[in-house]
Design a protein around this ligand. Structure first.
Ligand SMILES: [Zn+2]
Ligand SMILES: [Zn+2]
Length: 620
């Protein structure tokens, strides 16, 4: 028998086979009317789905819940596709997911769709919504599902099943009138739930981002539960266009990006640099007043440092490749990476072995001892790799050689450098908290398509600081941090903000650090924001594996939300780097680290300020 834990903490037993819809009705007529979907043990499901046996958490989602809006928008993507198929015979459908502000559907149409077609597509959607037909879910075995999409002549869906979905025993579909789509769902109960919608634009897109394939058309649109919300959103995008920091930055000569230097690398022009300088000085002065010590560290660090911190190789996809001194360093690094990812093809392996072989031969006549030593090490790797009988043995041969190579990484984080400053002298409890602050520039390799103005870049300067504290000092230090953020935001005229407190997921073992420390730290973080009367949400499962955190989100004057930076507790790095201080009891203790960059990066924050003030900066 299903037992539901409701959001108010009460429990409710329901009959076997009961659906979320029945529960909503039994709670109240109003709720049943407003219900869009349900959330069962964290998963959003259709109102028509049967509830599982046993005890589950249960909530009815109404238009007030952000997750309900996502369900609405995905449903509206189906409605749009249905309208397009009525008007453009022979349309092939690819993917149609919800996005942050709306949804899209990728389609291939024998007659290309243009923006001039939007009114008649919207008119067709209006009819579908007025009919308010239900979204009906049904399942088929995967083989039957393949047959069904083939009958529907949807060849992208056939390919999707063949490439990605074969491992599932069955697949689900949603039917709405004559329209059937392969879909995981969930969906709104019927089309009438869509209050307002609008087609926005068309762009080119490739099937699964594969540029070798035929280009599809991506139809962007949005939907809301009410016309009022849609109107507000459309006003907001109009206003946002006028304030776009990429346009204003150019007009006002604040910053530029040059392909000669590289994508995503910001060049601050004199006027922008002046504004940035004022902002930095303002924050730096505040930090010094509040007991921080400024430090400077270089832009690179030895690869070994990031192996210790764990930033390499785990986040390598988001980093610029490491710089090896040995000419084959990067080749072997790539080799190991492909090997670990099980993507090393036989021809690639052969070519890499041949490359090493050639190199060993060419350097066999080396002059200096150092060169001879290097040639021997490389030869040893080559022999060990080929003699290894297991994949682990092969990987070990590559890894051993790489570990002996001198290499550097553009720093993806400032923490390991600051940790070395902490470790440069013996610390006693009397020294703590140690607060090291730096406007530290870090580098991340964002994909080209992700880059945008000042907000998505490949090099940025964090308003970073690391605090090394005792467990008893966490509360005071986190509180002081929040006070600083509030002070800076209010000084800059950003008065609308909220915070998210990221907590552990219940019953997960992925977290480092003692459970009782976490319990205390989580309580502390919530206490700190509560006691300041801040608008906050506490979200389970949003903590980093190394500690709970607080994220800051500001709302600008046209109502858009921007995620700024964070304050994070960390039990992991102090352990990895064996950090210590001598306690009152004269024995070594481990400090807790707090990473904090409340404004995230100077680049991003400036981008937000430019848009907030529409380029008309106040006199600070
Ligand atoms: Zn769908
Ligand atoms: Zn850090």
């Amino acid at each position: 028998m299903p037992v539901l834990k409701l959001p108010d903490g009460s429990r409710r037993e329901v009959a076997v086979g009961a659906r979320s819809r029945d529960v909503a009705e039994s709670i109240g007529k109003r709720l049943a009317k407003d219900a869009v979907a349900a959330k069962v043990d964290g998963a959003v499901v259709d109102l028509d789905r049967e509830l599982p046996d046993g005890e589950v958490s249960f909530a009815v989602l109404t238009p007030k819940d952000p997750e309900a809006l996502e369900v609405l928008r995905h449903s509206c993507a189906h409605i749009m596709a249905r309208a397009v198929m009525r008007l453009f015979p022979g349309v092939q459908l690819a993917f149609g997911p919800p996005t942050e502000n709306g949804f899209y559907y990728d389609i291939e149409s024998p007659t290309p769709i243009t923006e001039a077609d939007f009114p008649r597509i919207e008119e067709e959607m209006r009819k579908i919504i007025a009919d308010a037909e239900p979204f009906e879910r049904f399942e088929r075995t995967t083989a039957e599902a393949r047959g069904l999409v083939a009958d529907l002549k949807q060849h992208y869906k056939v390919e999707h099943i063949d490439d990605d979905l074969k491992r599932y025993p069955s697949l689900s579909f949603y039917r709405q009138g004559e329209f059937i789509d392969l879909c995981r769902g969930p969906h709104i109960p019927h089309a009438g739930k869509v209050g307002a919608y609008k087609l926005l634009s068309i762009a080119g897109a490739y099937w699964k981002n594969d540029v070798t394939r035929k280009q599809l058309q991506r139809l962007y649109a949005t939907a809301f539960f009410s016309q009022k919300e849609l109107d507000a959103y459309l006003r907001q995008i109009e206003e946002a266009k006028k304030r776009d920091h990429r346009v204003l930055g150019k007009q006002l000569k604040l910053f530029t990006i040059s392909q000669a230097v590289g994508s995503g690398l910001i060049l601050w022009m004199p006027r922008g640099a002046t504004v940035r300088g004022l902002l930095e000085t303002f924050i730096k002065d505040e930090l010094i007043k509040r007991g921080y010590q400024p430090v400077y560290t270089p832009h690179i660090g030895r690869l070994e440092l990031y192996r210790t911190s764990g930033h390499f190789p785990y986040y390598r996809d988001a980093q610029f490749p490491p710089m090896f001194f040995h000419p084959l360093g990067q080749a072997v690094d790539t080799w190991l990476n492909l090997f670990d990812a099980k993507q090393l093809t036989e021809p690639a392996e052969k070519a890499l072995l041949a490359l090493v072989d050639e190199y060993v031969k060419a350097t066999a006549v080396a002059e200096s001892n150092d060169q001879k030593h290097q040639a021997l090490a490389l030869r040893a790797m080559w022999v060990n790799y080929q003699n290894a009988e297991t994949p682990e043995g092969k990987a070990k041969a590559l890894r051993e050689w790489l570990d002996g190579q001198e290499a550097y990484l553009l720093k993806p984080m400032n923490c390991p450098h600051h940790i070395q400053i902490y470790k440069a002298e013996p610390r006693s409890y009397r020294d703590l908290p140690v607060r090291l602050a730096e406007f530290g520039t870090v580098y991340r390799f964002e994909q080209t398509g992700e880059l945008s103005g000042l907000t998505r870049v490949r090099g940025f300067t964090q308003d970073d600081a690391h605090l090394f504290v005792t467990a008893e000092q966490i509360e005071e230090e986190v509180g002081a941090n929040i006070d600083l953020v509030l002070f800076v935001l209010s000084s800059l005229g950003l008065s609308d903000y909220r915070v998210r407190v990221g907590l552990r997921a219940p019953d997960s073992s992925k977290y480092v650090g003692a459970a009782e420390d976490w319990d205390k730290a989580e309580r502390t973080l919530v206490e700190v924001v509560k006691s300041r009367g801040m608008n906050y949400t506490a979200e389970q499962g949003e903590a980093a594996f190394y500690g709970p955190k607080i994220d800051f989100v500001v709302r600008d004057c046209i109502g858009r939300e921007w995620q700024l930076g964070t304050v994070q507790l960390d039990y992991n790095l102090p352990k990895r780097f064996e950090l210590e201080y001598i306690g009152k009891d004269n024995t070594p203790h481990r400090p807790v680290m707090i990473h904090r960059a409340p404004f995230g990066s100077v680049e991003r924050f400036m981008g937000i300020l430019i848009e907030h003030f529409a380029g008309a900066f106040p006199l600070w």
